[in-house]
Structures are given as C-alpha cells and as structure tokens.
Write a protein that binds this ligand. Structure first.
Ligand SMILES: Cc1cc2nc3c(=O)[nH]c(=O)nc-3n(C[C@H](O)[C@H](O)[C@H](O)COP(=O)(O)OP(=O)(O)OC[C@H]3O[C@@H](n4cnc5c(N)ncnc54)[C@H](O)[C@@H]3O)c2cc1C
Length: 481
C-alpha cells in the first residue's frame, strides 16, 4: 500500500519505528500520522461510533472531523489523522463513548504557558503564511500556529501546477508553493511557529486577545496578542446516502493527504462523487499513483471543473456520468460496492438506471465549507452566504470582522482558491499591523495593491459568483438570503 515510485513526488520517509495496534506490532515511519501508518498496514476501521457502534474510518485527514478518534497510550479521543507516530505507541480502537483514564486530571489553566506577540495567526495554510510574512515585514512580532504537523495547509498535497499570474505562482505546483512560503516565514526572526497546536478558543482579556490552544494533545498554551487573524481554512462537505459512514468513504482532500503527502494508497478501485476541479484533479492524481478510477458521478447536467482537467481524465478512460448520483455504499466493515443512478430533472433517481461499481474507496468531492467555529465562538457576526459555500464572518475591506482586532482570511472567509487566500492573507496581515499602529502609512499602498489584484483575479467567470457572495459578507453589505 506504500508508494515507492511517483511521477512527480519523492517520498522521504523518516526513521522506522514500531507502533502497537491492539497488541500487534506495526511498522511505521517517523513523520507520518497514526492513521497513515494504520492505512499502510491495511487497517481501515479506526473506531466504533458512540451510539450505534458502527465502524468508522478516516474521513478528512486534517483534524476537522471525529471519524478517526482512537485511544492512544490510554488517552481517548485522539485525532489520529494529525497525531504523529512515536516508537512504542500503543493504539486501540475506540468503542462507543470514550472513557477518561482514571488517573487523568483536568489541565491546570493557571499553569498554562503564556506566549506573547503583537499578532496571533491561527492556521498556517497559504492565507495564514502570507498574513504572517506581511505582518512580520510591517514590523509586528507574530505567532503562527497550526494543528497539523506541517505548514502549507491544503497546498502540501497539490501536485498539479496552479493557474493565474506569474507573481501569484502560476505554473508552480501547490507542494512547491507551500515550501516557498514556509521558507519565507521561517527566514523571519519575528515569526514564531507552533505546529501540532490546536486553537480551541479566542477570548478578550483586558486589552489583549487570548487564544487558548493545546499542543500535542498535552500542553495548554495561552497565546496573547493585540490582534488575531483566523485563517483556519475549510472542511469537506458530506452528502446524505445510505451507509455514508462506512470506512473507505473519504473526503477528496483526505485521499490526497494519504497519497501525496505520505505516499500511501487509499485503496485499489475508486468511485469519485463530484466533477468539479477537485474531483477531476483527484482522478488524475489517483491514476498517477496507480489506482484505478472506475467513474466520476456528477449530479449536475455538466461538468463543473475546467474543461482541460475533464478532457485529461476522459482521455485516460475514466467515464464522467453527469446527471448521476450515489444511492448507497455497500459493505460490512468497509466499502465493497457503490450503487449509483441517473437523476431526472427534479433530481430524483430514475428507477431501473441503477449501476453497481465494485470499489473499495468512495471519494466525496462535493465541496468545502468555511471553518468558522472559532470566529463564531469569539462573537463575530456570522451570515450564511451561498456563494461563499456556507456560514462566514462579516468583515470589512481590511478583512476585519465585527469584533475589533479579529481578522479573517482565506477559505475560512469563503471558499475560493489558494491565490485569493494568499491575497486575503496579505491584506489581513498588513491591515492588522496598520490597525495596531505598528506599520507606517506606506504599507497602505501594498494593501491597496493586493486589493486590486483580488478584484482582477475575481473578474473571471468563476469570480463573478464569488463577488456576489462578498457583497453579502461585507459589514453593511446586502442582507442575507
Ligand atoms: C483538490 C484541490 C485542488 C486545489 N487546486 C487549486 C488550484 O489549482 N489553484 C488554487 O488557487 N487553489 C486550489 N485549491 C484550493 C486551495 O488549496 C485552498 O483554497 C487554499 O489552500 C486555502 O488556503 P487557507 O490558508 O485559507 O486554508 P488551508 O490551506 O486549508 O489552511 C488552513 C490551515 O489552518 C489549520 N487550522 C485549522 N483549524 C485550526 C485550529 N483550530 N488551530 C490551529 N490550526 C488550525 C489547518 O491545519 C490548516 O493547515 C485546491 C484545493 C483542493 C482541495
């Protein structure tokens, strides 16, 4: 199941270690997550659900859902998709509701480590990295935290070359953009980076903003700053169909994480649901990794992604069934089959058109929704904006939300692309330093340039739709639907 050869990627694995799954030794490599190591060993069922005790497996692979919770060294509810293996680790499936170990003590808030900076940035994807770089260049001290073990967000698994302008990394692969941005951030002495660190709450404490976070599932840290930038990205959407919780059903991004970041095949035969750019790119990447793609089903009457991506996939022999949807997954402990059917004009399955595919993986590429939980909890005004793919925080043109000193950027402000995430990150980073009186007025020009670039980028056919959404998300903008 581990990939050794790939046309684009080289997998440099860390030191070999042994982890113990339900008493059985399993080979793993330092630098990979527990869920990755278990997948490489062919283990799909990671826990049994709290109430119905149904088998559950990996779904998002970026720490956003609860599908991969396991008991690690006696500690329940560990997100194994973002927790790295350690030699000798003891891992068990969680069965039903988690029980705290008897000796567990609640963490001591009074003893939490305190880290201070001018600006605290949550999320080290393209938006958070650009915000950090520009805030640092404006003279601010910056803390950048991310709950994943590596910087780059969604970029670390994008093996394809990006479109757009040269100055916005057109023609460069996503993985490479992540490396460039990380290099820039690490070069700056006034940026402190904390990985494997989850922000769990944002509070106002006097003049300071307090971001409470947990590092490595163990240590509580209080990050204190005068401004916070939330760049927490997005999470995969789920669609309703029978048995949609069976292990072997993954969000598209999770498959990319397994395959492109860690070099582990998700399975052998895949059905993809959704023919937008993500579904199409995923099909191509699966084929590159030697996995068979049986078909892509798409409920809309035509393919949503770029024509070039669809043409490439069709040339490789993958049928794209438009006006089709998935009816159910079949299998006992994991996916064995997928049943699809054609839809009529009222989106109802047409009886007699059912087709069964023998697959061990179903990939859902049905869109993302902004991760706004922290913004919501912090009291930012939230509105549902269909064009931005979900609930978003209202913001002004400086990306500042209705809570002064809290800024937002990237997919967490509305689903778009890495290019717009980077530009929004740049705006938020500069705006925060200006708001705090750290950067001088000359930085306004840089911000205006980024705002102009955003307008230009959004002037294309896909952008027009987003612009409608942004009007609704602006403070004082048009009312929600
Ligand atoms: C298959 C696919 C193909 C794509 N292709 C393209 C393309 O060709 N061109 C393009 O421009 N874009 C593309 N995109 C989109 C692009 O990757 C995203 O729009 C972009 O990564 C969004 O950046 P972001 O920084 O807002 O969020 P992300 O990249 O998602 O980063 C968010 C970060 O926040 C961290 N985080 C979240 N919550 C917390 C928390 N509570 N505490 C600490 N850290 C947290 C996460 O771990 C993550 O690292 C593609 C996306 C996918 C899935």
């Amino acid at each position: 199941m581990r990939l050794t050869e790939h046309p684009v990627l080289r997998f440099e694995r860390g030191r070999e270690v042994t982890i113990y799954f339900e008493g059985k030794p399993i080979k793993a490599y330092e630098g990979e997550t527990i869920a990755t190591a278990l997948h490489a060993a062919g283990i799909r069922v990671l826990n049994y659900s709290a109430n119905e005790k149904r088998p559950r497996g990996l779904f998002c692979a970026i720490g956003k859902c609860s599908s991969c919770l396991m008991v690690v060294n006696g500690v329940p509810n560990v997100r194994t998709c973002i927790t790295l293996v350690e030699d000798g680790m003891v891992i068990e499936r969680q069965r039903g509701k988690a029980k705290l170990p008897r000796e567990a003590k609640p963490p001591e808030f009074r003893n939490a480590k305190v880290v201070k900076a001018d600006i605290v940035i949550i999320g080290g994807g393209p938006a958070g990295l650009m915000a950090a770089i520009h805030a640092a260049d404006g003279g601010a001290s910056v803390v950048l935290l991310d709950e994943n073990p590596m910087l780059g967000g969604q970029l670390v698994k994008q093996t394809h070359k990006f479109f757009g302008k040269r100055e916005q990394f057109a023609g460069v692969r996503g993985v490479e953009i992540a490396r460039i941005l990380e290099g820039e951030a690490r070069k700056r002495k006034n940026i402190k980076i904390f990985l494997e660190t989850s922000a769990v709450g944002i509070f106002q404490d006097g003049d300071e903003k307090l971001v409470l976070a947990v590092k490595n599932n163990r240590e509580l840290i209080e990050f204190r700053g005068r401004a916070v930038i939330v760049a927490t990205g997005a999470m995969e959407k789920m669609i309703p169909f029978e048995n949609n919780d069976l292990p072997g059903i993954y969000g598209a991004g999770a498959i990319q994480t397994l395959m492109n970041t860690y070099g582990v095949k998700p399975g052998d035969r895949v059905l993809i649901v959704g023919a937008g750019n993500v579904g199409l790119i995923l099909a191509y990447q699966l084929i590159q990794a030697g996995v068979e793609v049986k078909a892509i089903v798409e409920a809309m009457p035509k393919v949503g992604g770029y024509f070039v991506h669809a043409a490439k996939v069709r040339r490789l022999g993958v049928p794209i069934l438009t006006r089709h949807t998935i009816l159910r997954a079949e299998g006992k402990e994991k996916v064995e089959k997928a049943v699809v059917a054609q839809l009529d004009e009222n989106w109802r399955p047409i009886p007699g058109t059912e087709r069964t595919f023998e697959v061990d993986v179903i990939a859902l590429a049905v869109g993302l929704r902004p991760s706004i939980e922290l913004l919501h909890q912090a009291g930012c005004q939230i509105r549902y904006v269909r064009e931005l793919s979900g609930h978003v925080a209202l913001r002004d043109e400086w990306m500042e939300t209705t809570v002064r000193g809290i800024f937002v950027a990237g997919d967490s402000a509305g689903i778009e692309e890495a290019t717009t995430a980077m530009l929004e990150g740049k705006i938020a980073g500069i705006a925060a330093t200006l708001r705090l009186g750290i950067a001088d007025e000359s930085w306004l020009k840089e911000m205006e340039k980024a705002q102009k670039d955003l307008v230009e980028f959004r002037s294309g056919p896909f952008g027009r739709h987003v612009l409608e959404g942004i009007k609704k998300a602006l403070i004082g903008g048009v009312a929600s639907e």
